[in-house]
Design a protein around this ligand. Structure first.
Ligand code: MG
Ligand code: MG
Length: 254
């Protein structure tokens, strides 16, 4: 799974280098698709079933779009944010990661939203090493976001990941009594989950656009999304979609 995670990390390095005012989301998606092909990796998002099959290798969600945005002819402009979520498999094992990128200079309150969302993902990964149940991690994630004055999206959650991109368990970024009672799980070695907080500046509520995929905030306020694939080991959590360590390289790019 680390090999898939490294390719996903590489895809984000490429995407990050392409994000700038004037580029279309479709151009970034085509770059990532070529990169996956070069790496011998199988894109996981293209063809995902829905009312219409998902048509791209990345989800790209701009500004008030939360998740599942479709790349295309939209031109990014300075001040936008774009959440890029992508995943691939290598030799049958999956990786999945999302980053919200700033397009040129962005407003201070939007930067604060990005800081909060990347911060709550980092908090979750750190807590996975010191808590024994996901419910305790999720409770602290929700508090962290609340303390910023923002709201955690509840319609979408993280997930187990392995041979398939979406496996059990569901991994919410908030905790309810029903979750703690019926769906909680232990953070024990062997568990691999995609942790993916989505944070809205305003209301937590989202709605789907007429393209059948794009989820947008109900109030038009911006939203951010950060995700890593994280494995629990005997030595604590390991981020499988993180940058290569010394001696590691991304797939076929030596
Ligand atoms: Mg993802
Ligand atoms: Mg995911």
């Amino acid at each position: 799974m680390r090999r898939a995670g490294l390719v996903v990390w590489g895809a984000h390095q490429l995407a990050s280098s392409l994000v700038r005012p004037g580029v279309t989301t479709g151009e970034i998606d085509r770059g990532v698709e070529e990169f996956f092909l070069e790496q011998g990796a199988v894109p996981l998002f293209k063809g995902v079933p829905g009312k219409v099959p998902f048509p791209a290798v990345c989800c790209m969600s701009v500004n008030d779009e939360v998740v599942h945005g479709i790349p295309g002819s939209r031109v990014l402009v300075a001040g936008d944010i774009v959440s890029i979520d992508t995943g691939c498999s290598v030799d049958g094992w999956c990786g999945d990661s999302a980053v919200t990128y700033a397009v040129g200079p962005i407003a201070p309150d939007v930067q604060r939203l990005l800081d909060c969302t990347s911060g709550v993902l980092a908090l979750a990964i750190q807590l996975m090493g010191v808590r024994s149940r996901w419910s305790d991690v999720a409770t602290e994630m929700a508090k962290y976001v609340r303390d910023y004055g923002f709201s955690v999206v509840e319609n979408f959650v993280g997930h187990g990941i392995g041979r398939k991109m979406h496996e059990d368990p569901q991994v919410p970024n908030f905790c309810t009594p029903a979750f703690r009672r019926n769906h909680d799980f232990d953070l024990e070695p062997g568990l691999v989950i995609a942790v993916e907080p989505m944070v809205n500046m305003g209301s937590k509520k989202v709605h789907v656009l007429p393209d059948h995929w794009t989820q947008s905030t109900i109030d038009g306020c911006p939203s951010a999304h950060f995700e890593h694939t994280v494995a629990m080991t005997e030595n604590g959590p390991v981020v499988l979609t993180a940058a290569p360590a010394a001696g590691e390289s991304v797939g076929r790019v030596a």
